[in-house]
Write a protein that binds this ligand. Structure first.
Ligand SMILES: [Zn+2]
Length: 156
């Protein structure tokens, strides 16, 4: 059998990290990376700002143990004003928690799915965490996206 070389690894990661993924992909892949289960976390101060062809949603999501909250951002895009925003629309996301930074920010940055200006850390692949390069979300964004879908802001 041929040895798996660095070049193979590079080719494979390049093929993984070229296409923007949707919220639907991120939600479906969440359990591939974060195996623990939890109930939806409380969402507060949600603001949805529609700017015609894009919409920016921001909120504070409570930590699982309570007493702390994280800032989450979801930006959605559409081609025409008539089109609804759906979980299949192009999007960018961000959360202020450590799990997001360590496990998914690089993968999302590489897929052009990271909201806002990337930091130097976001541009550096993590050698130990999420080595299969699954672009997905943390539990705060997971809860927030579910909240936006339940509220009808983002359609299924
Ligand atoms: Zn988070």
């Amino acid at each position: 059998m041929r040895r798996f070389t660095f070049k193979d690894f590079y080719e494979r990661s390049k093929s993984l990290l070229t296409e923007k993924v949707t919220l639907s992909n991120m939600i479906n892949d969440f359990k591939k990376l974060f195996k623990h289960s939890f109930t939806d976390l409380a969402v507060g101060y949600s603001k949805e700002k529609n700017q015609g062809l894009s919409m920016i949603c921001t909120a504070q999501v409570e930590s699982e143990k309570g007493g702390k909250s994280y800032s989450v951002s979801v930006q959605m895009h559409r081609k025409t004003q008539e089109e609804p925003y759906t979980i299949k629309s192009p999007c960018e996301v961000k959360c202020s928690c450590k799990a997001f930074q360590y496990y998914t920010s690089y993968q999302l940055y590489a897929n052009k799915n990271l909201y806002g200006k990337p930091s130097r850390w976001n541009k550096t692949p993590n050698q130990e965490r999420n080595t299969k390069n699954i672009p997905t979300v943390c539990k705060h964004l997971y809860s927030y996206i579910r909240y936006l879908v339940q509220k009808g802001v983002i359609r299924q």
